[in-house]
Ligand binder design. Structure first.
Ligand SMILES: [Zn+2]
Length: 231
């Protein structure tokens, strides 16, 4: 794709409070510890790692093939970063299975897959359909946010109106997802992806509560996830 949009998620960027009522991230934030609890699949490495020059800055790193359930993807870690591949996989396997398609998208062609760097200029992660860059302490909710960017950009590639419709959904639903998301529609979408992941982990009731609180976003995010359901 021609347009590469790097989107950073700052460390500790979540907002508190809000004039317009309770933000969705506050309402559902308590589900955070449930992320990954219901996932039975365990991720593993396939074969040995190989030395590579990583896409961001050409720094030296090591790339592995990894498998999680039926999903195959790449994992790349910058040399010298104190993160074992098994530790990275332990985080990634907490992703909702429906979000694993994001790992596949960033592993296409010459992409690095889930890529861990020593430093991302202060950000915890950057996600686009061309890369998923993270620092060692990026937790699964950060990965869920970045998966939001990856899957949105993939959807936009075939349907350029995705973000325009999302803006309409924000206006119609009249509720904030998070202060970070309030900045711009594509961040609102990524933040909704994160909250939706929390509610998936929380179970049917939490999902229905989210649907009732933000019905237009809910329907549009499920449409973006739909190709993953077919995989
Ligand atoms: Zn973002």
């Amino acid at each position: 794709m021609g347009v590469v949009m790097g989107v950073g998620l700052g460390v500790g960027a979540e907002g508190k409070g809000g004039e317009g009522g309770v933000r969705l991230e506050e309402r559902f934030g308590g589900l955070r510890e449930k992320l990954g609890k219901g996932n039975g699949d365990r991720a593993g490495l396939v074969g040995e790692g190989v030395a590579v020059k990583m896409l961001r800055g050409g720094v030296a790193g090591r790339m592995w093939k990894a498998k999680l359930g039926g999903t195959e993807f790449r994992l790349t870690i910058e040399d010298g970063l104190e993160l074992k591949p098994e530790e990275a996989l332990a985080v990634l396997e907490k992703l909702p299975p429906l979000y694993r398609r994001a790992l596949v998208i960033v592993s296409e062609g010459k992409k690095d897959g889930a890529a861990y760097y020593k430093d991302l200029d202060g950000a915890a992660a950057h996600g686009s359909q061309d890369y998923l860059n993270m620092i060692a302490k990026a937790d699964v909710s950060v990965v869920a946010h970045e998966a939001g960017h990856i899957l949105e950009q993939r959807a936009t590639a075939t349907d350029p109106e995705v973000l325009a419709r999302w803006k309409e959904a924000i206006a119609a639903d009249k509720v904030s997802v998070s202060r970070y998301g309030d900045q711009v529609a594509h961040e609102d979408l990524a933040e909704f992806a994160r909250v939706y992941a929390l509610c998936l982990a929380g179970g049917k009731e939490a999902l229905e509560e989210l649907r009732a609180a933000s019905p237009r976003r809910f329907g549009q995010w499920e449409a973006i996830l739909k190709p993953a359901k077919k995989d």
